[in-house]
Ligand binder design. Sequence first.
Ligand code: NAD
Ligand code: IPM
Ligand code: MN
Length: 352
Amino acid sequence: MKIAIFPGDGIGPEVTAQARRVLERLDLPRLVLFEGDVGGIAYRRHGHPLPAETLEMARASDAVLFGAVGDPSCDDLPRAMRPEQAILGLRAELGLFANLRPATLFDGLEELSTLRPEIARQIDMLIVRELNGDVYFGDKGIRTLENGDREGWDMMSYSTGEVRRIAELAFRAAQGRRGKVTSVDKANVLETSQVWRDTVIEVAASFPDVTLDHMYVDNAAMQLVRNPGAFDVVVTGNLFGDILSDQASVCVGSIGLLASASLGERQTEFGTFGLYEPIHGSAPDIAGKGWANPMAAILSVAMLLRHSLGREADASRVEAAVAKALADGVRGRDIGGSAGCTEIGDAVIERL
Ligand code: NAD
Ligand code: IPM
Ligand code: MN
């Protein structure tokens, strides 16, 4: 079981170190770990945010555990050299089109949600975010107009094929949950969303056991804080999914708690190849202080065990250890406590 670990920038290495400890502590047979450079650190060491050897390492692995990329000192570099291109490049090059971002309230965190406890308690949703298309990967540029103004553009598009594969995955996920899909778009304004909506409706015909509803993204943002318990599976495009998942994270406590899996079609000896990462970024405001909450990274290890290694029992064991730590009052600074990154790692490992 070959796992490539890409810690990246800022708090990426801090949270990934704790996630790695958890993975090693499970004593999996035949586990081999490699580390590679991505992001700003890779740019400084190798002149590129996603060096060829890192990409090769990812391709040769059964799964990738990713920390975070992003470094304010790189914000003036040409876009192709910025740290964020590492994660965008991996998602595109590895064909990871489906990003699963579960948001469920852990017992005891009701009081820490930004929502009222009785509303927060009901949250158990899975955001299925399309990851290879949309405005992220369309034609883009900046030009100077005749009047001297600069103009930037980013083309948004989705094809039926791109929508079909993510919709099918969302419907299958709903079959294993509460049987409900909410498709989020902006079909009242965008042609991209019209194709999205028409295609989701077509796909729904093959899943008569799943109920489908549609919601405009502005309403979805509102419903997410009004009545989040009504959502089961949310399927949406790359940009809307990015925004709604950060919002969902504070509804269950903190962005330091939300894990993700990015999956494609490639099957390995053990499961589906995937990349696993917390949904948060490199958090330059707290990097180096030892304050980052590693639970999102640790929960990403659980998703890796489940989807890429076929180790459901180990995945549940990791999730239970995190849940127990939270129930016992282990709290990072992001959720009103004082436990540091290593301390939280220790607390989870103790409970494994
Ligand atoms: P961010 O997620 O890094 O941080 C947002 C806020 O949440 C900050 O106040 C931060 O301190 C806090 N936070 C995030 N993770 C935390 C954790 N584990 N524990 C405690 N607090 C945590 O988002 P940002 O500030 O908008 O972006 C910073 C950089 O990260 C940018 O360069 C951005 O492009 C990049 N980014 C990368 C990824 C990724 O690698 N997948 C994801 C998001 C943002
Ligand atoms: C995320 C991040 C990335 C995204 C950035 C860093 C490219 O915000 O993983 O959620 O927008 O997908
Ligand atoms: Mn994001």
